[in-house]
Ligand binder design. Structure first.
Ligand code: NAD
Length: 481
């Protein structure tokens, strides 16, 4: 469906109730590396949304047929793997991700599908004795509305589809209008794999998302995106008391202890902050470094940043691509400019590349404190504030002085100390000597404004289920009553 050129693509279709369907309208999709128009993506209408939800309600047999669901997930995983490079090309093209990183996202998406194809269904047997059997079983909620951001569309979509299907739900999914193409392609690829109605992928904007959330027959909303949209969704879901999974923004702190080995942590810290040009929910967005090693670590990071190759995502030498859309480019540029206006010193970067596309140099900024917007806000881009601290208590207090709570990390040569400090960080995930590792069997989600509920693992499974307590009195006890 798509190659690496800027040839404009028209006539794209989306998966609606088992059929590839034309849109009611279109939205322009830009190549972030050139700002050229690459596609006119279809937009679904409200009537098409109603049809998708009706078909999802009627997908009979799906909820009761675990064997069919596991087989469908396995086949989807195989098809995603088999089409890895085609999907990765589309992903690189629409969000500017270096091709190798795009291949990795497609492979990870297949792995998330496969995990749920094989994972055991949780069952809690609380009592099983002569008197009674009490267990907690998982039931599907029904139709899950899944709303996807632009930054890692395939991985986030596949995680939601996999978990929803594993429980026995059906899914009506809405990609971001800023990055719909890879998910349209996924819909084409798997249109025959799942029964009609079990999955619809309807592209559209916030207005279509609002209608999906409000629809009375949608029982759960699984949303990944900004805090602002998450709050609107929670309010919109309140009248129906809908089940919610909200995976929202972060402003992760990394704390580097004075015993950390500068040469070995610098490249890993850089990756934690700058992978995918920093457009990762759980990227390092604030770096707290003990004053004793602040100068050598800043210098080591500058060397790593200046060795990074910023450019065309399809060039194999390139390690960093552009910001994925103009809107995000303006946010990052605005925060860097404001940081400098408030006294921040640019160690390296600080400006866009002088060429078309949304290219912004990897940027390190020192001489900033907690009041600086680059420290307070989620930059979601290649700009990292470096802040010195004197005591671990001070570093932990500063790391926690935020309304965000997605991830955090501690870097040290002593993993016991690191684990103890990590537990003091108020975030849904904490890592020691790594940052941002997300696995299908490991719970992930946010404290505070970074979200509600957890994805992945058994906890993630339960987010997509109604828990039912089944309490059975056994005959002997029944007689004695
Ligand atoms: P966004 O909130 O602007 O949009 C996300 C999706 O929600 C899009 O599909 C959009 O059309 C839709 N939407 C927007 N307003 C809506 C509303 N009122 N009702 C229903 N749908 C609505 O987010 P974005 O800019 O696409 O993504 C970037 C954000 O996502 C960052 O803050 C990032 O940290 C966060 N994110 C979080 C995670 C996580 O797992 N916690 C993962 C990836 C991204």
């Amino acid at each position: 469906m798509m190659n690496a050129s800027d040839k404009q693509i028209d006539g794209l279709r989306f998966l609606l109730a088992g059929k590839l369907t034309e849109g009611a309208d279109t939205v322009d999709v830009e190549n972030p590396s050139t700002n050229a128009l690459i596609a006119r993506a279809p937009q679904a209408s409200h009537a098409q949304l109603d049809n998708a939800i009706a078909a999802a309600m009627q997908a009979s047999g799906w909820a009761a047929d675990e064997v069919l669901r596991r087989a469908a997930l396995r086949t989807m995983s195989e098809m995603v793997n088999a089409n890895r490079d085609t999907l990765a090309r589309t992903l690189s093209l629409e969000i500017g991700l270096p091709f190798k990183a795009a291949q990795d996202e497609i492979s990870a998406s297949a792995a998330f599908l496969l995990y749920r194809a094989d994972a055991e269904t949780p069952l809690d047997v609380l009592h099983d004795d002569a008197r009674q059997r009490v267990e907690v079983v998982r039931k599907p909620i029904g139709v899950v509305g899944a709303i996807i951001p632009w930054n890692a569309p395939m991985l986030i979509a596949c995680e939601k589809i996999a978990t929803a299907f594993a429980v026995g739900n059906t899914v009506v999914m809405k990609p971001s209008p800023l990055a719909p193409l890879t998910l349209l392609q996924l819909g084409e690829l798997i249109s025959d794999v799942v029964p009609p109605g079990v999955l619809s992928i309807l592209p559209g904007g916030a207005e279509l998302g609002t209608a999906l959330v409000a629809h009375p027959q949608v029982g759960m909303i699984s949303f990944t995106g900004s805090i602002r949209a998450g709050q609107a969704i929670m309010a919109n879901a309140a009248p129906g008391l809908k089940r919610l999974s909200l995976e929202l923004g972060g402003n992760d702190a990394a704390i580097v202890l004075p015993d950390a080995d500068v040469a070995s942590v610098a490249p890993r810290l850089f990756t934690g902050a700058f992978y995918r040009s920093g457009q990762v929910c759980a990227a390092i967005k604030r770096l707290y470094v003990h004053r004793d090693i602040a100068a050598p670590l800043t210098e080591a990071l500058r060397n790593v940043a200046e060795a990074a190759v910023l450019g065309d995502p399809f060039d194999p030498a390139v390690t960093l691509g552009p910001l994925s859309n103009r809107q995000q480019f303006e946010i990052v540029k605005g925060l860097v400019d404001a940081a400098v206006r408030q006294g921040g010193s640019v160690v390296t970067g600080g400006s866009p590349l002088n060429r078309p596309g949304n290219f912004f140099r990897p940027t390190l900024i020192t001489d900033v404190d907690e009041t600086n917007p680059l420290v307070q806000e989620e930059q979601f881009g290649p700009a990292l504030p470096i802040i010195s601290y004197d005591s671990v208590d001070e570093a932990v207090a500063r790391a926690n002085d935020t309304r965000f709570g997605l991830g955090g990390s501690v870097w040290t040569s002593d993993v016991d100390t690191g684990s103890a400090v990590a537990r003091r960080i108020q975030s849904g995930s904490v890592w020691v000597n790594r940052h941002g590792l997300v696995l299908p069997d490991v719970p992930f989600g946010g404290m505070k404004l970074s979200g509600l509920g957890r994805a992945n693992g058994n906890v993630g499974f339960d987010s997509y289920a109604e828990l039912q307590t089944v309490s059975v009195a056994k005959p002997r006890e029944a007689k004695s009553r």
